[in-house]
Design a protein around this ligand. Structure first.
Ligand code: NAD
Ligand code: UD1
Length: 348
């Protein structure tokens, strides 16, 4: 029997791509998602892209905090492991509505972990973030760097990492991998699934994409006085397909003995500035992205990129794609789906 994986938040950006890679890799996947920040169309498209593997995908519209519904699902289906993407992720919104973030991200996770434990499912891959490195004193960031949080969203990631370390200390049957993502961008090369944020995008590439398709007039560059190659912020952009494959590597690792609660960076190890990214996107799309220079965004770090050594060594995983492929695939998705899974009427 193929491994059966529960994927929380599987209709979202990273979740939908990972579910596709799981299906193509021969896994069965059950998605639970409340569709708070996603569309069920993503799941239909994943099923189509998966071809003959499509029937190995089930979807349940469900909030993770609905313990009764989650209990019922675990009672009816045996899961080999859980990949836990479900959570709210907008930094600015988390500052405005901290309780919403603590309730959704923490209570959702605690309910999930309790139900998993009561059904003897103790293998977990969790979506953490490079945000836990805050403003790193040096780069590349290794997994041993000191951790901090600068906003409620980041604090939920730190808390959940600590919760995972604590439950492993209390019960050594747990096997947990915490994946710290750097900056996921791009889309499936088919252009059929991709990122479709609600409202005004907070992150760089979704914003660039909306300028390119004419939904927004200009990109605001937050700060051009950093000590970087051209003064703009440097990040480690990673193709979402590479990131998705990192989850399969993590699942395989969970099958080894002696895994406790381990943490891995998922990045490329390369830093790219905002202007370098915009130039690469202009080249891939043939579109000009008009820029407006503005002040630094509060809370932004100057340079963040990953040390990828631990993931390469222990997960046997390494990112394959560079920024040209990321921009090519982002544009392929954007040009075919300028309004994401929606329409001009349903978008801001
Ligand atoms: P996303 O918003 O596209 O996907 C998250 C999904 O979780 C959505 O489909 C949403 O509807 C669902 N969800 C949220 N709360 C839920 C709940 N209580 N019950 C059920 N479903 C719920 O986000 P994404 O970019 O795919 O990110 C996935 C995970 O990775 C998140 O935990 C995020 O914090 C983390 N992460 C993302 C990035 C990034 O840049 N995209 C970077 C680092 C970490
Ligand atoms: C942001 C979040 C981080 C989260 C990550 C992934 C903040 C402070 N940090 O990180 O917690 O884990 O997204 O969701 O929000 N930029 C512009 N103009 C824009 C948007 C971004 O110039 O319109 C710049 C930023 O200043 C930064 C770079 O582009 O230098 C990347 O920004 P973004 O995509 O938001 O990612 P992070 O800042 O790394």
């Amino acid at each position: 029997m193929p491994h059966n994986i529960l994927v929380t938040g599987g209709c979202g950006y990273i979740g939908s791509h990972t579910v596709l890679q799981l299906l193509l890799g021969g896994f069965r996947a059950t998605v639970v998602d409340n569709l708070d920040n996603s569309s069920e169309i993503a799941i239909q498209r994943v099923k189509e892209l998966a071809g003959e593997h499509g029937p190995n995908l089930d979807f349940h519209k469900m909030d993770l905090r609905d313990r009764a519904a989650l209990e019922e699902l675990f009672a009816s289906t045996k899961f080999d492991a859980v990949i836990h993407f479900a959570g709210l992720k907008a930094v600015g919104e988390s500052v405005q509505k901290p309780l919403l973030y603590y309730d959704n991200n923490l209570n959702g996770t605690i309910t999930l972990l309790e139900v998993m434990a009561s059904h003897g499912c103790k293998k977990l891959v969790f979506s953490s973030s490079a945000t836990v490195y805050g403003w790193p004193k040096e780069v590349p960031c290794t997994e041993e760097f000191p951790l901090c949080a600068t906003n409620p969203y980041g604090r939920t990631k730190l808390f959940i990492e600590d919760i995972c370390r604590d439950i492993y200390r209390s019960d050594s049957e747990w096997k947990i991998i915490l994946l710290r993502y750097f900056n996921p961008v791009g889309a499936h090369p088919s252009g059929y699934i991709g990122e479709d944020p609600r409202g005004i995008p907070n992150n760089l590439m979704p914003y660039v994409q909306q300028v390119a398709v004419g939904r927004r007039p200009t990109l605001t560059v937050f700060g051009n006085d950093y000590a970087t190659v051209d003064g703009t912020g440097v990040r480690d952009y990673i193709h979402v397909i590479d990131l998705s494959d990192g989850h399969i590597a993590a699942l395989n690792k969970l099958d080894e003995s002696g895994i406790g609660c381990e943490v891995y960076n998922l990045g490329t190890g390369k830093g790219t500035s905002v202007l370098e990214m915009v130039t690469a996107f202009e080249k891939a799309s043939g579109k000009e992205i008009p820029l407006v220079m503005a002040a630094r965004r509060p809370g932004d770090a100057e340079i963040v990129y990953a040390s990828t050594e631990k993931a390469e060594r222990e997960l046997n995983w390494k990112a394959k794609y560079g920024i040209e492929e990321m921009c090519r695939d982002q544009w392929n998705w954007a040009s075919q789906n300028p309004y994401g899974y929606g329409s001009p009427e349903t978008s801001d």
